[in-house]
Design a protein around this ligand. Structure first.
Ligand code: FRU
Length: 546
């Protein structure tokens, strides 16, 4: 299994070889899931950015077949690259792609493409209308810095016109513009931007979608509107920060107003993920009536630029997401299809972990695993007071506080036999403002003995009522070079890439529950499954989707 030794994942999406970045045009169509992505068919680096759209299909979001490229930089309006974009299912059922072209003069413009044969269930070939149709939107005169890219999935307005949003630097201000069209080819710009955020000239990869009522897990079609529908705007900031706000979309004015003011600065919005994840894009999965999120998880091994591994970049495991009961926050959770990969299971029930305790979770291959654990906190007495200066800097709070208090407790994952290499995913509970605040961390500082690897501490606060619940849940997906964690039932997520030497050399990894807090905690329930290797873009085309 040579490829696994080089950090390849067993059930995360990645091409067999070459460079991949943003997810593009995720789509459910005629019983199949499609994922397109920024892809360099000629090598494992971004190179000059002259990218194609890679294309894979799946019956279950778990097993994928690679179909080659769907869009290549072959036309005057995309000669320097087919950059990010989205797919939309039109009213007649045909899908359409909107994408950014870097034209022959390296100017960013918006283009459309349609399937050559809409009755091909695999949508293998795509046609870019010529004859002057493309670019459908040339770069507007007030766009600065050549930043005009990443169109979203389109939605129908109440006037029956299609609309989509696109990131643009307008007079130096990071804006999201909206365009309207009756036929998907002729577009007119709205007078007002959907949103603008002074202070940041360039946002990338906007995503804009409706969510159902508070706590309702089902998703909505992107065109859904009316009472009970709330909208989410997500913006990405290079190269690992995705922010979102829940708010009110005014279809007539074409504007989005976040429900939380946050100084009018999108950099203060909530994070999709507190770790290393970028360019998130969602789609409505009509098969299961849910909204599903993909995101690019870049390499952080410090040597990816030379392309030595032959591949670069993975996608996060697809997550379903919905609006939490507070109406402000999203909840994210791995799609249930992951359970089809669950094999051997081990469990702990009601195990007390004393202060300083370390208990191994043995019996499964801890390099490809799905772990769900509920920690019960018998006493909050030892919780330390939170210095408010940390509220804006949870990463330093994680890095600088030692042991003791309530927590740190959590999981040690991808640990070498001698514990020289280990990654910890943990919680700490602090007193704050007459109540409690829960910090969640993924500490990579000891994840690898390799020097050049990026080994930060990732952190975020988890909005759970620990005083009432007395429990905190954690789910962690481990997959050779990625650790994706969901705290508090998916209210805070941390994704991290890891490159342990013991894994590279084919050694075994271990997993533990630990508690370095002052008082004991109880693992009221822990279940860990070894996950089977999915069939992901096998080079021989082996497709085992259901
Ligand atoms: C974000 C991004 C997009 C662009 C694409 C190019 O990662 O820079 O803004 O469309 O990647 O690959």
């Amino acid at each position: 299994k040579e490829h696994l030794r080089k950090g390849r994942t067993a059930y995360h999406f990645q091409p067999a070889k070459n460079w991949m970045n943003d997810p593009n045009g995720p789509l459910y169509y005629n019983g199949m899931y499609h994922l397109f992505y920024q892809y360099n068919p000629h090598g494992a680096t971004f190179g000059t950015g002259k990218l194609s759209w890679g294309h894979s299909v799946s019956g279950d979001l778990v097993n994928w077949a690679f179909l080659g490229t769907a869009l290549d930089p072959t036309s005057p309006f995309d000669a320097e690259g087919c950059w990010s974009g989205s797919a939309t299912v039109l009213s007649d059922g045909r899908p359409a792609i909107l994408y950014t072209g870097r034209d022959a003069d390296d100017v960013q413009v918006q283009n459309v493409a349609f399937p050559k044969n809409p009755s091909d269930p695999l949508l293998r070939e795509w046609h870019k209308p010529g004859g002057g149709a493309n670019p459908v939107i040339p770069q507007p005169a007030d766009v600065t810095g050549n930043n005009f890219r990443d169109p979203t999935t389109a939605w129908l307005g109440r006037d029956g016109l299609w609309r989509f949003a696109v990131a643009a630097e307008v007079g130096g201000v990071g804006s999201t513009l909206v365009y309207r069209s009756a036929d998907f080819v002729h577009w007119e710009r709205n007078a007002a931007p959907l949103h603008a955020s002074p202070g940041v000239p360039v946002w990338e990869c906007p995503d804009f979608f409706p969510v159902a009522g508070r706590g309702e897990v089902h998703g909505l079609d992107t065109s859904a509107s009316g009472p009970g529908v709330t909208h989410v705007l997500k913006l990405s900031r290079a190269v690992d920060e995705d922010y979102y706000a829940v708010g009110r979309y005014d279809d007539e004015a074409g504007t989005f107003v976040p429900a939380e003011e946050r100084d009018g600065d999108a950099r203060n919005w909530r994070r999709i993920d507190h770790g290393h994840l970028f360019g998130a894009k969602t789609f409505f999965d009509a098969r299961k009536s849910r909204r599903v999120l993909w995101a690019w998880v870049d390499e952080t091994d410090g040597s990816s630029d030379d392309g030595a591994k032959g591949w670069t970049g993975i996608q996060s495991f697809p997550r379903t997401l919905w609006l939490d009961t507070d109406g402000r926050r999203l909840v994210q959770w791995p799609v249930e299809e992951i359970e089809t990969l669950r094999r051997k299971r081990v469990a702990l029930l009601g195990a007390e972990v004393a202060s300083g305790g370390l208990q191994e979770v043995a019996g499964i291959d801890a390099l490809q695993a799905d772990v769900e654990v509920v920690f019960e906190i018998p006493s909050l007495e030892e919780a330390e007071k939170l210095d408010p200066k940390w509220l804006r800097d949870p990463q330093r709070l994680c890095a600088e506080t030692g042991d003791g208090g309530v927590g740190p407790f959590g999981l040690v994952v991808m640990a070498s036999g001698d514990m020289q290499e280990q990654t910890t995913v943990f919680f700490r509970v602090f007193r704050h403002d007459g109540t409690y605040k829960v910090l969640m961390c993924t500490d990579l500082t000891r994840s690898s003995t390799r020097e050049e690897v990026h080994k930060p501490v990732y952190a975020g606060f988890v909005d759970v009522d620990v005083e009432k619940d007395r429990t905190i849940s954690l789910r962690t997906l481990i997959d050779h070079s990625v650790i994706e964690s969901f705290g508090g039932g998916g209210r805070a997520c941390i994704t991290a890439r890891v490159y342990p030497e013991h894994v590279a050399s084919g050694g075994r990894s271990h997993m533990y529950v630990f508690n370095n807090g002052t008082d004991p905690v109880v693992v009221s329930k822990l279940e860990a499954w070894e996950l089977a290797t999915a069939s992901v873009n096998a080079e021989d085309g082996g497709f085992s989707g259901s």
